[in-house]
Design a protein around this ligand. Sequence first.
Ligand code: AP5
Length: 183
Amino acid sequence: MHIILFGPPGVGKGTQAENLSKEFVVPQVSTGDMLRKAIKDGSELGLKAKKYMDKGELVPDDLVLKMVQIRIQEDDCKNGFILDGFPRTIPQAEELTSIVLANNIPKFKCIEISVPDDIILERLKMRGRKDDQLNTIKKRLVVYQKQTYPVKEYYKKVKRFYKIDGNKSIEEVYNNLKEVINI
Ligand code: AP5
């Protein structure tokens, strides 16, 4: 199973990726979690990433790509993986296509989870992560529109794009997601 969970901050990508990962026994590859771990570990990547993440901006492509390239070639990714929060820019999507072609990885389904912005704001304010301050959430939503939204067109063009309503219970969203995965 090779899935991209796509959508703005707070739509439930991480929640759904974790559940899918457990049921289908394929790893959740969350670039946000990997970057937060790098910050916690105090690595060079973490030090570089922190200043962007704290402001709600995207971490530069070269840093993220190096990290993802290594991760998805690890053994546990052999039977598939769920990308959560990647790709987020056109260069990231293009690089993913190159990796897919070079490694005979089956093509992805890119599934957008969609939730209105006011619901997103409520969800993230309740969660209270470091980058969940109101101003930073708003910045993340603007960054999503500018830099990540075009990735949707990229997958639409190659007919790999699907969309589900994320403004439902976690269980309902999960069941809808599985319906799309099984198409
Ligand atoms: P990242 O960690 O990827 O954050 P994000 O995309 O902003 O997503 P979130 O984790 O906020 O939301 P989510 O969609 O996973 O929702 P969740 O399931 O947590 O990225 C953080 C930062 O890292 C970025 O800003 C950037 O700086 C950097 N970064 C990461 N990837 C990058 C990349 N590829 N390139 C460059 N930079 C990158 O749910 C949110 C909340 O809602 C939770 O409390 C959850 O319990 C709740 N919830 C979930 N589903 C439901 C539901 N159906 N009903 C009610 N509540 C729900």
